[in-house]
Design a protein around this ligand. Structure first.
Ligand code: GRF
Length: 213
């Protein structure tokens, strides 16, 4: 499966996807990386890995639609079949969502549907959560509201601040996103309305307790 990745910043999730795709048996390849900011640190990492990476600067366009038209043109030129948003900090329009419907996924740093939007780690701490985490989901017109493909949970520990919690969640993101990409590329993810049905093997007794039992 030919994958395009959209980033805005450091691109650590993009790097995790690149590392996974480097394995010979991985069922997807990253054919292009596009950043909406010329200073996105992830661009250099992608180029070092030999990936065609480019900037399409949203500021160079008169509005969201022409910016997104340029994105879609570049992605289609690269033959992208699945689009992975990885720290892409632009809200996309309903038209862009419809164009890539069922072919665009995102990673969000919370256990959705809790804490859509920004500042998820501070909000999880303020809510007194004892588990927090991340979700990979299809992109729908509602921000962070699309069908959930997979989730990873981490404990919230005494003394955590938003930074320490973010770092713990990020390590889980780097495991979850490649795992979900693999499932999508293997055809084990079926979008059924606003939910995802998964096929594959599961650990029925997997549980994360915090505090531990
Ligand atoms: C991640 O926490 C991701 O969940 C969120 O933005 C952050 C991007 O980090 N959407 P990186 O650019 O992948 O390092």
């Amino acid at each position: 499966m030919r994958v395009g990745v959209l980033i805005s910043g450091r691109g650590s999730n993009m790097q995790a996807l690149l590392a996974a795709c480097a394995a010979p048996d991985f069922p997807a390849e990253i054919v292009t990386v596009i950043a909406n900011r010329p200073d996105a640190g992830g661009l250099d990492h992608a180029r070092t890995a030999g990936i065609a990476a480019q900037t399409i600067d949203h500021k160079a366009f008169a509005g969201r639609e022409p910016f997104e038209a340029a994105l879609t043109e570049a992605l289609e030129q690269a033959g992208v079949e699945l689009l992975c948003l990885a720290g892409f900090m632009r809200v996309v329009t309903p038209g862009f969502v419809r164009h890539w419907q069922g072919r665009m996924i995102n990673i969000h740093p919370s256990l959705l549907p809790l804490f859509p939007g920004l500042d998820t780690h501070a909000r999880a701490l303020a809510a007194g959560m004892k588990l927090h985490g991340c979700s990979v989901h299809f992109v729908s017109e509602e921000v962070d509201g699309g069908a959930i493909i997979g989730q990873a949970a981490v404990p919230v520990l005494p003394g955590d601040d938003a930074g320490s919690l973010a770092a713990r969640v990020l390590r889980a993101e780097h495991r979850l996103y490649p795992a979900c990409l693999r499932l999508v590329a293997e055809g084990k993810v079926r979008l059924a309305g606003d939910r995802v049905e998964l096929s594959g093997e599961f650990d029925a007794d997997a549980s994360i307790l915090n505090p531990p039992a």
